[in-house]
Design a protein around this ligand. Structure first.
Ligand code: ADP
Ligand code: ZN
Length: 529
């Protein structure tokens, strides 16, 4: 095309147009690419779909030598390399899936200067023989993809990432660019420290995904609620439904199929051939719904996923953001929908209580869960809260359930005191401890066999809570659990007080609660455009 020799157009832009066929850069791409071409180190935080790949692919094409790309996704290297070759880029990879001859051929091409990009798993890069190989060629840059894998307490931690800090010592003149779509402030700092990128320029794009409408509603009959969502708003659309267990994945997929929807299950225990076939169907056919555990999704690039639904509570905001982020990569309106209730909170609190690992580990899990619960229970804009979690300030979005139908809050101090007093009284009966249902029975003054058997109808708290209904009391319990004013232990989800409970019992602390909408699931219907 005529632009290729225009001196007004940078070499990077020419490559963008000639090789990749795009007109212009997006967001920070041009600046990042210039910086790396100039030999600078960069740390790039950009949401999924933001266009991170070009940030190292173009500098690798413009600079002399081979760009080395460290990627943990061995299963995807073949696809990435094939896609580049189709554009005429000379790309190769080295990983454990290859035999000796295949590896040898790639090494020969590398040494002969016949590669633009070489993809490596971190495990392979850090062995001495690979380092010696790299010493014998010319390297244009190191790209460290999925850089959050260096974060030790993150869910994708890969020990070999820690060794990548040596790249700088061994090749001080080769620019490094680390990229990730998952970064809270803490992860961001950890990446910079562990990869020795303190002096690098940091490019932090907004993590906002404006086309995604966030909605978190109360769970009552989750499968029915899901079905209604699909029928009223997403007929014929492709989407992902996340469930916590393999069992609920199977059941939910079957439920959708029974209701005439094209749904397939996906989880780790499925026969590998069936799993691959289900994934392929989701990617190739229109309007397929995959019901999955969180095993599904990393590296899946389907642009027109119109909804992501959570039938169970994610364990962290990072997880929630990553999973919902698979919706709407094409920029068109999409829904992130979740149903959550008291059982979710109980289940996760008790899973943490009985989890392996030391107290510090459990505290970390609890912190992650607390942030997730705060997002569920907020009366403010979901997006504002979500972005604030990633260190980003914003104003109410107008495109989430709390913006569209603002929830009310009410003063729940007295009901909270009543529940906590009841739990306190029961807690003194050492051998027998009681779950939420029993506590609510006592507050409502119900002489159930269990209440009578334990003589709980003679407690001072018996019957003092008739101002609220059953479902309202469960809502209060759920929110107290969410706020850390109550917790649970053991398999039976026994309610126990926390340190924070004391301030409420001592009347030193107020307890604002979110009013339960009658039909939260229906509260925020979006008009389809
Ligand atoms: P990420 O790795 O950040 O999730 P990708 O690098 O896979 O994102 O890019 C997402 C999509 O956007 C890809 O299909 C890519 O080709 C496309 N893309 C990236 N940069 C541009 C651009 N400047 N113009 C048009 N499309 C782009
Ligand atoms: Zn909002």
């Amino acid at each position: 095309s005529p632009v290729t020799t225009d001196p007004e157009v940078s070499e990077a832009l020419q490559v963008l147009r000639r090789v990749f066929g795009y007109d212009s850069f997006r967001g920070d791409q041009a600046e990042i690419i210039d910086h790396v071409i100039g030999g600078g180190d960069a740390l790039v935080l950009m949401p999924t779909g933001g266009g991170k790949s070009l940030c190292y692919q173009i500098p690798a094409l413009v600079r002399d030598g081979v760009g080395i790309v460290v990627s943990p996704l061995i299963a995807l290297m073949q696809d990435q390399v094939d896609a580049l070759r189709a554009l005429g880029v000379r790309a190769g990879f080295l990983n454990s899936s290859q035999d000796f001859d295949q590896r040898r051929a790639v090494e020969t091409a590398f040494l002969a200067g016949e590669l633009d990009l070489l993809y490596l798993a971190p495990e392979r890069l850090t062995v001495e023989s690979t380092l010696r190989l790299l010493d014998r060629g010319t390297i244009s840059l190191f790209a460290i993809d999925e850089a959050h894998c260096v974060a030790q307490w993150g869910h994708d931690f890969r020990p070999h990432y820690l060794e990548l800090s040596m790249l700088h010592e061994r090749w001080p003149d080769v620019p490094r660019i680390a990229l990730t779509a998952t970064a809270t402030r803490a992860t961001h700092t950890e990446i910079a420290t562990r990869l020795n990128l303190g002096a690098a320029r940091h490019f932090v794009a907004s993590f906002d995904r404006p086309n995604i409408q966030y909605r978190i509603g109360l769970k009552n009959r989750a499968q029915q609620q899901l079905l209604e969502l699909l029928r009223t708003e997403h007929a014929g659309d492709a989407g992902i439904v996340y469930c916590l267990s393999r069992n609920s994945v199977e059941k939910t997929a079957q439920f959708l199929v029974d209701n005439g929807l094209p749904a397939v299950p996906y989880h780790a225990k499925l026969d590998p051939a069936v799993r691959a076939a289900n994934q392929a169907r989701f990617l190739r056919e229109d309007g397929v719904i995959v019901v999955a555990t969180i095993a599904f999704g990393m590296g899946i690039d389907k642009p027109d996923v119109r909804f992501v639904a959570h039938l169970d509570l994610p364990k962290s905001v990072e997880g929630y953001y990553q999973e919902t982020g698979r919706a709407g990569r094409d920029g068109l309106p999409s829904t992130a929908w979740m149903a959550y209730g008291l059982q979710d909170v109980m289940q996760q609190r008790s899973m943490i209580d009985s989890s392996e690992g030391d107290a510090a580990h459990r505290r970390r899990l609890a912190t992650h869960l607390d942030a997730m619960l705060a997002l569920c229970e907020t009366v403010a804009c979901r997006r504002v809260q979500l972005l604030a979690y990633f260190g980003e300030q914003s104003s109410p979005c107008g495109n989430c359930d709390t913006c569209l139908t603002p929830p009310e809050s009410w003063d729940g101090t007295i009901p909270a005191q009543k529940i906590l007093s009841a739990v306190y009284r029961l807690d003194r009966e050492r051998d027998q401890r009681f779950g939420a249902g029993h506590v609510i029975d006592i507050l409502l003054g119900r002489r159930t066999p269990k209440v009578v058997q334990h003589g709980h109808d003679s407690l001072t708290v018996f019957g003092i809570g008739t101002e609220l209904r059953d479902s309202e009391w469960s809502g209060v319990v759920r929110q107290l659990l969410a706020q850390g004013l109550l917790t649970v232990t053991g398999d039976y989800h026994v309610l126990v007080l926390t340190e924070a409970s004391n301030a409420v019992l001592a009347r030193q602390r107020e307890v604002p609660l979110r009013r339960e909408p009658e039909r939260a699931a229906r509260a925020a219907k979006q008009p389809r455009s």
